[in-house]
Design a protein around this ligand. Sequence first.
Ligand code: URA
Length: 267
Amino acid sequence: MPDRAAISRLLEWQVAMGADEAILDRPRDRLRPKVSGVRPAAPAAMPPVAPTVMAPPATTAPASAMLASAREMAAAATTLAELRAAVEAFDGCSLRRTATHTVFADGNPAAPLMLIGEAPGADEDRIGRPFVGRSGQLLDRMLAGIGVTRAENAYITNVLFWRPPGNRKPTPEETAICLPFVWRHIALLRPKIVVLCGGTATATLLNRTDGITRLRGRWFDLPVPGIAMPVLALATYHPSFLLRAPAHKSESWRDLLSIQSKLNSLK
Ligand code: URA
Protein backbone atom coordinates (compact mmCIF):
# COMPACT_ATOMS: atom_id res chain seq x y z
CA MET A 1 0.00 0.00 0.00
CA PRO A 2 1.66 3.30 -1.01
CA ASP A 3 2.16 5.78 1.82
CA ARG A 4 0.02 8.63 0.50
CA ALA A 5 1.33 11.17 3.03
CA ALA A 6 4.93 10.37 2.07
CA ILE A 7 4.12 10.65 -1.66
CA SER A 8 2.41 13.96 -1.06
CA ARG A 9 5.42 15.26 0.95
CA LEU A 10 7.71 14.11 -1.88
CA LEU A 11 5.59 15.99 -4.43
CA GLU A 12 5.61 19.13 -2.27
CA TRP A 13 9.40 18.87 -2.02
CA GLN A 14 9.73 18.52 -5.80
CA VAL A 15 7.55 21.60 -6.37
CA ALA A 16 9.61 23.57 -3.82
CA MET A 17 12.77 22.53 -5.68
CA GLY A 18 11.41 23.86 -8.95
CA ALA A 19 9.68 20.90 -10.63
CA ASP A 20 6.62 22.64 -11.99
CA GLU A 21 5.65 20.21 -14.76
CA ALA A 22 4.78 16.52 -14.54
CA ILE A 23 6.84 15.17 -17.45
CA LEU A 24 9.33 12.36 -17.93
CA ASP A 25 12.88 13.12 -18.98
CA ARG A 26 12.48 10.79 -22.03
CA PRO A 27 9.50 10.51 -24.38
CA ARG A 28 7.21 7.47 -23.86
CA ASP A 29 5.65 5.73 -26.87
CA ARG A 30 2.00 5.62 -25.83
CA LEU A 31 0.98 4.05 -29.19
CA ARG A 32 3.05 0.87 -28.69
CA PRO A 33 0.46 -1.98 -28.58
CA LYS A 34 0.15 -3.68 -25.21
CA VAL A 35 0.03 -7.51 -25.34
CA SER A 36 -1.64 -8.94 -22.23
CA GLY A 37 0.40 -11.51 -20.32
CA VAL A 38 3.57 -10.65 -22.24
CA ARG A 39 6.18 -8.54 -20.51
CA PRO A 40 6.97 -5.57 -22.70
CA ALA A 41 10.41 -5.68 -24.22
CA ALA A 42 12.92 -3.28 -22.74
CA PRO A 43 12.82 -0.04 -24.72
CA ALA A 44 15.53 0.26 -27.35
CA ALA A 45 18.21 2.83 -26.62
CA MET A 46 17.06 6.22 -27.81
CA PRO A 47 18.95 7.61 -30.81
CA PRO A 48 20.41 11.05 -30.16
CA VAL A 49 17.83 13.69 -30.90
CA ALA A 50 18.77 16.81 -32.81
CA PRO A 51 17.84 19.98 -30.91
CA THR A 52 14.50 21.33 -32.05
CA VAL A 53 14.16 24.98 -32.86
CA MET A 54 10.83 25.97 -31.36
CA ALA A 55 8.66 28.15 -33.53
CA PRO A 56 7.18 31.14 -31.68
CA PRO A 57 3.55 30.62 -30.65
CA ALA A 58 1.13 31.42 -33.47
CA THR A 59 -0.63 33.96 -31.27
CA THR A 60 0.17 35.80 -28.08
CA ALA A 61 -3.50 36.46 -27.43
CA PRO A 62 -3.80 34.70 -24.05
CA ALA A 63 -0.68 36.45 -22.69
CA SER A 64 -1.80 39.83 -23.98
CA ALA A 65 -5.31 39.25 -22.61
CA MET A 66 -3.77 38.55 -19.19
CA LEU A 67 -1.63 41.66 -19.45
CA ALA A 68 -4.70 43.72 -20.36
CA SER A 69 -6.50 42.25 -17.37
CA ALA A 70 -3.54 43.05 -15.07
CA ARG A 71 -3.52 46.64 -16.34
CA GLU A 72 -7.26 46.99 -15.88
CA MET A 73 -7.29 45.53 -12.37
CA ALA A 74 -4.30 47.63 -11.29
CA ALA A 75 -5.78 50.86 -12.69
CA ALA A 76 -9.10 50.21 -10.95
CA ALA A 77 -7.43 50.07 -7.52
CA THR A 78 -7.70 53.45 -5.81
CA THR A 79 -6.32 52.43 -2.41
CA LEU A 80 -3.57 50.15 -1.19
CA ALA A 81 -6.14 47.76 0.26
CA GLU A 82 -7.86 47.56 -3.15
CA LEU A 83 -4.54 46.97 -4.88
CA ARG A 84 -3.67 44.15 -2.47
CA ALA A 85 -7.10 42.60 -3.08
CA ALA A 86 -6.61 42.94 -6.86
CA VAL A 87 -3.21 41.21 -6.73
CA GLU A 88 -4.66 38.45 -4.57
CA ALA A 89 -7.52 37.97 -7.02
CA PHE A 90 -5.36 38.06 -10.16
CA ASP A 91 -4.82 34.61 -11.66
CA GLY A 92 -2.90 35.59 -14.80
CA CYS A 93 0.56 34.78 -13.42
CA SER A 94 1.41 31.08 -13.60
CA LEU A 95 3.63 31.35 -10.49
CA ARG A 96 0.45 31.42 -8.42
CA ARG A 97 -0.04 27.72 -9.13
CA THR A 98 3.08 26.67 -7.23
CA ALA A 99 3.18 29.40 -4.58
CA THR A 100 1.75 28.99 -1.09
CA HIS A 101 1.07 32.68 -0.41
CA THR A 102 0.72 35.92 -2.33
CA VAL A 103 3.47 38.14 -0.91
CA PHE A 104 2.33 41.74 -1.25
CA ALA A 105 4.31 44.09 0.99
CA ASP A 106 5.51 44.94 4.47
CA GLY A 107 6.32 48.13 6.36
CA ASN A 108 4.82 51.57 6.75
CA PRO A 109 2.79 52.70 3.69
CA ALA A 110 3.38 56.34 4.70
CA ALA A 111 7.17 55.87 4.66
CA PRO A 112 9.30 58.13 2.44
CA LEU A 113 11.35 55.10 1.35
CA MET A 114 10.04 52.22 -0.78
CA LEU A 115 12.34 49.25 -1.43
CA ILE A 116 11.63 46.87 -4.29
CA GLY A 117 13.26 43.44 -4.48
CA GLU A 118 12.94 40.55 -6.90
CA ALA A 119 10.56 37.85 -5.70
CA PRO A 120 9.60 35.97 -2.56
CA GLY A 121 11.85 33.08 -1.55
CA ALA A 122 10.92 29.97 0.43
CA ASP A 123 10.57 31.77 3.80
CA GLU A 124 8.55 34.62 2.31
CA ASP A 125 6.29 32.14 0.50
CA ARG A 126 5.71 30.23 3.74
CA ILE A 127 5.02 33.33 5.86
CA GLY A 128 3.43 35.63 3.26
CA ARG A 129 5.66 38.67 3.92
CA PRO A 130 8.58 39.98 1.83
CA PHE A 131 12.20 39.81 2.98
CA VAL A 132 11.77 37.71 6.12
CA GLY A 133 14.51 35.15 5.34
CA ARG A 134 18.29 35.55 5.60
CA SER A 135 18.53 38.26 2.97
CA GLY A 136 15.65 40.14 4.62
CA GLN A 137 17.41 39.99 7.98
CA LEU A 138 20.54 41.41 6.37
CA LEU A 139 18.45 44.13 4.72
CA ASP A 140 16.94 45.05 8.11
CA ARG A 141 20.42 45.32 9.65
CA MET A 142 21.65 47.45 6.75
CA LEU A 143 18.67 49.81 7.04
CA ALA A 144 19.09 50.01 10.82
CA GLY A 145 22.60 51.34 10.14
CA ILE A 146 21.04 54.52 8.72
CA GLY A 147 18.21 54.65 11.27
CA VAL A 148 15.54 53.15 9.01
CA THR A 149 13.06 50.46 10.10
CA ARG A 150 10.05 48.84 8.41
CA ALA A 151 7.81 49.81 11.32
CA GLU A 152 8.67 53.47 10.99
CA ASN A 153 10.12 54.70 7.72
CA ALA A 154 10.41 51.94 5.11
CA TYR A 155 7.98 50.02 2.92
CA ILE A 156 9.12 46.83 1.17
CA THR A 157 7.77 44.89 -1.78
CA ASN A 158 8.96 42.91 -4.84
CA VAL A 159 8.49 42.99 -8.60
CA LEU A 160 6.85 39.56 -8.30
CA PHE A 161 4.18 38.64 -5.79
CA TRP A 162 4.69 34.88 -5.99
CA ARG A 163 7.74 32.69 -5.45
CA PRO A 164 9.30 31.23 -8.60
CA PRO A 165 9.68 27.46 -8.01
CA GLY A 166 13.11 26.57 -6.65
CA ASN A 167 13.93 30.32 -6.46
CA ARG A 168 14.73 30.35 -10.16
CA LYS A 169 15.17 33.69 -11.92
CA PRO A 170 11.81 35.12 -13.01
CA THR A 171 11.09 35.06 -16.73
CA PRO A 172 10.47 38.33 -18.63
CA GLU A 173 6.83 37.23 -19.08
CA GLU A 174 6.39 36.82 -15.32
CA THR A 175 7.83 40.24 -14.52
CA ALA A 176 5.83 41.87 -17.35
CA ILE A 177 2.52 40.48 -16.09
CA CYS A 178 3.15 41.77 -12.53
CA LEU A 179 4.50 45.15 -13.64
CA PRO A 180 1.15 47.03 -13.89
CA PHE A 181 0.55 46.22 -10.21
CA VAL A 182 4.05 47.40 -9.28
CA TRP A 183 3.59 50.73 -11.08
CA ARG A 184 0.22 51.20 -9.39
CA HIS A 185 1.82 50.29 -6.07
CA ILE A 186 4.34 53.13 -6.47
CA ALA A 187 1.70 55.55 -7.75
CA LEU A 188 -0.59 54.92 -4.76
CA LEU A 189 2.22 55.22 -2.19
CA ARG A 190 4.05 58.16 -3.78
CA PRO A 191 7.29 57.53 -1.86
CA LYS A 192 10.01 60.18 -1.92
CA ILE A 193 12.60 57.57 -2.85
CA VAL A 194 12.47 54.14 -4.47
CA VAL A 195 15.39 51.77 -3.89
CA LEU A 196 15.75 49.05 -6.51
CA CYS A 197 17.37 46.04 -4.83
CA GLY A 198 19.23 43.90 -7.36
CA GLY A 199 19.40 43.36 -11.09
CA THR A 200 15.84 42.17 -11.68
CA ALA A 201 14.11 45.11 -9.99
CA THR A 202 16.55 47.54 -11.61
CA ALA A 203 16.24 46.12 -15.13
CA THR A 204 12.46 45.81 -14.88
CA LEU A 205 11.65 49.28 -13.58
CA LEU A 206 14.38 51.25 -15.33
CA ASN A 207 13.92 49.18 -18.50
CA ARG A 208 17.69 48.95 -18.94
CA THR A 209 19.86 46.10 -20.01
CA ASP A 210 23.15 47.20 -18.39
CA GLY A 211 23.95 45.01 -15.40
CA ILE A 212 23.53 45.98 -11.76
CA THR A 213 27.29 46.44 -11.29
CA ARG A 214 27.19 49.30 -13.80
CA LEU A 215 23.98 50.83 -12.44
CA ARG A 216 24.37 50.49 -8.67
CA GLY A 217 25.01 53.63 -6.69
CA ARG A 218 23.35 55.79 -9.35
CA TRP A 219 20.26 57.93 -8.93
CA PHE A 220 17.61 57.96 -11.65
CA ASP A 221 14.42 59.89 -12.31
CA LEU A 222 11.86 57.10 -12.53
CA PRO A 223 8.82 58.00 -14.60
CA VAL A 224 5.80 56.35 -12.95
CA PRO A 225 2.49 56.03 -14.84
CA GLY A 226 -0.15 58.07 -13.01
CA ILE A 227 2.31 60.44 -11.30
CA ALA A 228 3.21 63.73 -12.94
CA MET A 229 6.70 64.06 -11.42
CA PRO A 230 9.28 61.26 -11.73
CA VAL A 231 10.27 59.51 -8.50
CA LEU A 232 13.91 59.47 -7.38
CA ALA A 233 15.26 55.93 -7.64
CA LEU A 234 18.56 54.40 -6.57
CA ALA A 235 19.83 51.05 -7.86
CA THR A 236 21.74 48.93 -5.37
CA TYR A 237 22.88 45.36 -4.84
CA HIS A 238 20.38 42.76 -3.66
CA PRO A 239 21.09 41.62 -0.07
CA SER A 240 21.20 37.98 -1.19
CA PHE A 241 24.10 38.91 -3.50
CA LEU A 242 25.85 40.46 -0.48
CA LEU A 243 25.38 37.21 1.45
CA ARG A 244 27.21 35.41 -1.37
CA ALA A 245 29.77 38.16 -1.99
CA PRO A 246 30.32 40.07 1.28
CA ALA A 247 33.29 41.95 -0.21
CA HIS A 248 30.73 44.17 -1.97
CA LYS A 249 29.17 45.33 1.30
CA SER A 250 31.31 48.48 1.32
CA GLU A 251 29.67 49.63 -1.94
CA SER A 252 26.24 48.97 -0.45
CA TRP A 253 27.21 50.96 2.62
CA ARG A 254 28.04 53.90 0.35
CA ASP A 255 24.58 53.48 -1.25
CA LEU A 256 22.95 53.50 2.19
CA LEU A 257 24.76 56.72 3.13
CA SER A 258 23.62 58.23 -0.15
CA ILE A 259 19.99 57.23 0.66
CA GLN A 260 20.34 58.74 4.13
CA SER A 261 21.63 62.05 2.86
CA LYS A 262 18.94 62.19 0.14
CA LEU A 263 16.23 61.49 2.75
CA ASN A 264 17.63 64.26 4.96
CA SER A 265 17.70 66.72 2.06
CA LEU A 266 14.04 65.94 1.22
CA LYS A 267 12.73 66.51 4.78
N1 URA B 1 14.47 38.18 -2.09
C1 URA B 1 13.67 39.10 -2.64
O1 URA B 1 13.99 39.69 -3.66
N2 URA B 1 12.51 39.36 -2.06
C2 URA B 1 12.13 38.76 -0.95
O2 URA B 1 11.04 39.06 -0.47
C3 URA B 1 12.99 37.81 -0.37
C4 URA B 1 14.16 37.53 -0.95
